[in-house]
Ligand binder design. Sequence first.
Ligand SMILES: Nc1ncnc2c1ncn2[C@@H]1O[C@H](COP(=O)(O)OP(=O)(O)O)[C@@H](O)[C@H]1O
Ligand SMILES: [Mg+2]
Length: 295
Amino acid sequence: MRAIEVRGLRKGYGDFIALNGIDLDVDEGEVFALLGPNGAGKTTLIRILAEGLSYDSGEIRVFGEPLSKKTARLIGYAPQESLAYDDLTVRENLEFYANLYDVPGKRVDELIERFKLPAKKKAKELSGGFKKRLNLAVALLYDPKILVLDEPSTGLDVPSKRELWELIKEFREEGKTVLLATHYMEEAEALADRVAIMNEGKVIAVGTPEELKGLAGNESVIHVEGILRGTEAILREFRAIERENVLRVSVEDARKALPKVVEALVEGGSEIRSIRIEEPTLEDVFLKLTGRGLE
Ligand SMILES: Nc1ncnc2c1ncn2[C@@H]1O[C@H](COP(=O)(O)OP(=O)(O)O)[C@@H](O)[C@H]1O
Ligand SMILES: [Mg+2]
């Protein structure tokens, strides 16, 4: 059964085209990730599905029914920003939303327990990880079949991120369908059954993480860490991503390319800490498809 079906979806903000003909199928029970850099259109798509944001044209079905007020209860939504009221406690926040959605109060207790939330703390006193969890709890209040999560772990430290990922895996085990947006490749790889790679308002590739990595063909990646100088020549000659202290160079033949890369770095005055050859990641695939990195 298709949980979500999107056909030819278009949305502009004035003259700017944010979604330029999106087709998407999310199956019931899968975790489906929208992966793309900032500005790709992920949040716009999610707000159309989960917030009733207007769109210009296209068709959307949720479990076979056209998207409408009637289907709204099938979808629970955790936006990127915290939706808690700062001066209310965790319990008061949940009670507020429970009231709004007409959900019995005992559901609030269940969720506080399930997410180990500090019920008496004010929302403004919560750590980033707990704010995100509170968002998830609100999204689950009316026990929706589909959870839509926008950048669920962005801004969290690694341990909190992992904890959140565990919760998302639990949703999947309970049979929920999860649609999540992320610009964070590891998140898509860790969680998603299937991934849609988005760029500039379009879906440019869909598949399992393995299938998508197959798009990189038999390329491998030279991964260099250190204090890197002289990378300009490499970025000109090769398909490469540079981030602080890390350079990733996609190549057909790593053995042949490696001396060139090392020479350019050494000549530039780099202090290389480590070099290794890796399999391509989803970000390397994104680079191949678009010519740029995800961040
Ligand atoms: N309310 C808005 N008004 C005008 N432009 C917007 C609005 N919301 C988003 N955009 C633009 O639409 C594009 C897609 O944004 P968004 O859907 O937030 O992408 P993502 O979530 O992938 O970062 C961006 O260029 C953004 O600046
Ligand atoms: Mg976004």
